[in-house]
Design a protein around this ligand. Structure first.
Ligand code: 5FX
Length: 532
């Protein structure tokens, strides 16, 4: 089905703290946005930041009915604002990754015959076998992680199959815990959805498939065959295959919106539902990352997205199937020490002023005279290490640097770490590679210059406010056209282009290729010496 020029495309994001929607027209302009904040607009669920943190501090859940009610509320708000649902050609969206929803036996029958006179929350209140869904912030499944890894043949073997070693928040380990601790509820479960496929199911009026990309965050999907891994399923819980349903490509049109939405909100019967995916894959789509690109989000923690053709799963970082090109992959790397550490060094070495911090970067040479620093104010994820560790040009440990050298050591070190870990997962810098920078620190030109030099590539900035939602709207449009063979890139050709912000210094390649080797050696040493 071709895209309708006058049609609208909806992108929803069921994130941790809120449900958001953006509406895009056929010219790719955002024409409407709205949201529902869980804590304040649905206070009856008593969440904080959209979640309940349980007494053990490890178990973190969200009431599934809160998400259902949020959708009622959001659509009612749109209706109240006079939004014309009949113009919507397709919708898609995303959900926080890893969270899981347990549909009660018989729930699919309920979904198929929703009475448009009632709200979704009224209709679905008895449809969940587990009322409180485990979410990505949960870290209570360590035992299940260990069990899975030992059954499969170790952490690296599990990463080779599923793209990641076992992580507590990954859905398979959460499912294993539910099966072991609440066997009756597991028995009552007819279908298990991710937050993303649960949201798609509401619109579809039927169980929606889990897409390959969000499915890669479960420690259950074989990312090579793009099907459930038998050994992982068996190690997790009985009859899991049946409860998950077959996974599908992320660009699949799953069907038309259910008659409930046609009657209650005047959606067109033709409105298509495109598979929903995880919020990180959806952000990759929203940023329109292309083959060879790398996106760096500089926030409280720094996150890196990579587009990969031939991934090399490792013990750190995650490989997911790519949400916009089913034959490719993406990687997600998370570095805990981001802007808070940059702010600490700004306060200690630059009198609290970003201008002085930037001037220090301008006044110090590429490569910082061989000085290298590791600044892990809190326990770092990549690598698992803590503390501040400084080395001079001869790899001797030193207690610290002068203020200006310290500023450059921090910024160079943060970007060398990103390049090192991206390359470990199979990323290679090729001619034409772009680095897209987003997040708070991406407004600082001096920081972006160091990023450009360390990667020896041009750096572009891109406005990614609501990138997951926008990615949903882009994916809805692409889903409609994917059947005619058009790539995501072709369909989104006219979307706003990122802005060039920095180009590499001609001397950068030689300096940083050499420095990266030393950085890798020193990082291993730091990780070894500071392991908790
Ligand atoms: C990724 O692996 C995560 O756990 C988070 O970024 C969640 O997706 C946040 F919603």
């Amino acid at each position: 089905m071709a895209a309708d020029a006058g049609g609208l495309y909806l992108g929803f994001d069921f994130s941790t703290q809120q449900l958001k929607v953006v509406v895009m027209d056929g010219r790719l302009s955002v024409v409407y946005q709205d949201n529902v904040q869980f804590d304040t607009e649905l206070p009856e669920f008593r969440t904080q930041g959209g979640v309940h943190i349980h007494a053990d501090k490890l178990t973190v859940t969200s009431p599934v009915l809160m998400w259902v009610k949020a959708l009622d509320l959001l659509l009612d708000k749109m209706k109240g604002a006079g939004f014309d649902f009949s113009r919507v050609s397709a919708l898609s969206g995303s959900g926080q990754q890893h969270g899981s929803v347990y549909w009660m036996k018989g729930a699919n029958e309920t979904l198929r015959q929703l009475d448009p006179k009632k709200s979704l929350a009224q209709l679905l209140q008895g449809s969940f076998a587990v009322a409180d869904s485990p979410v990505w912030m949960d870290s209570s499944s360590s035992q299940q992680c260990q069990d899975l890894q030992s059954t499969v043949g170790g952490a690296q073997r599990l990463a080779d199959i599923t793209g990641s070693r076992a992580y507590e928040r990954f859905t398979g380990n959460q499912i294993a815990k539910i099966h072991q601790t609440r066997p009756d509820q597991y028995q009552d479960t007819e279908r298990i959805s991710l937050v993303s496929s649960f949201a798609a199911s509401l619109f579809l009026g039927d169980y929606a498939s889990i897409d390959y990309s969000d499915g890669s965050g479960m420690n259950l999907l074989d990312i090579g065959t793009r099907d459930w891994s038998k050994i992982c399923l068996e190690a997790t819980a009985p009859d899991l295959d049946r409860r998950l349903g077959p996974p599908r490509p992320s660009a699949s049109v799953l069907g038309s919106v259910s008659s409930y939405f046609v009657s209650r909100y005047s959606f067109s019967e033709e409105c298509r539902v495109v598979a929903f995916t995880g919020d990180n894959p959806a952000s990759l789509a929203g940023m329109r990352l292309q083959e060879g690109d790398l996106a760096v989000s500089l926030g409280t923690s720094d996150t890196v997205f990579l587009w990969l053709k031939q991934p090399r799963p490792a013990l750190e970082g995650h490989i997911f199937c790519n949400p916009v090109d089913w034959q490719s992959y993406m990687a997600l790397l998370c570095f805990k020490n981001g802007s808070l550490t940059r702010e600490r060094i700004r306060n200690e070495c630059a009198g609290g002023l970003w201008e002085v911090f930037s001037a220090a970067l301008g006044d110090t040479p590429l490569g910082n005279h061989g000085n290298i620093g590791f600044y892990y104010d809190s326990m770092e994820i990549m690598p698992c290490a803590v503390g501040v560790h400084c080395f001079d040009q001869d790899d001797n440990k030193v207690s610290g640097f002068s203020a200006q050298v310290e500023v450059r050591a921090l910024v160079e070190g943060q970007f060398l770490a990103k390049r090192l870990h991206a390359e470990k997962l199979g990323y290679t810098i090729l001619p034409g590679t772009r680095v897209l920078a987003t997040g708070g620190a991406s407004s600082n030109k001096a920081i972006l210059q160091v990023l450009s030099d360390v990667f020896n590539t041009p750096v572009y900035t891109i406005d990614v406010a609501n990138s997951a939602c926008l990615g949903g709207a882009y994916r809805a449009l692409h889903g409609l056209q994917a059947e005619s063979g058009l790539s995501f890139c072709d369909v989104l050709r006219n979307a706003p282009e990122p802005q060039l912000a920095a180009t590499p210094n001609p001397a950068a390649q030689e300096v940083y290729d050499r420095m990266l080797k030393r950085y890798a050696r020193l990082e291993e040493r730091v990780a070894h010496e500071s392991r908790p």
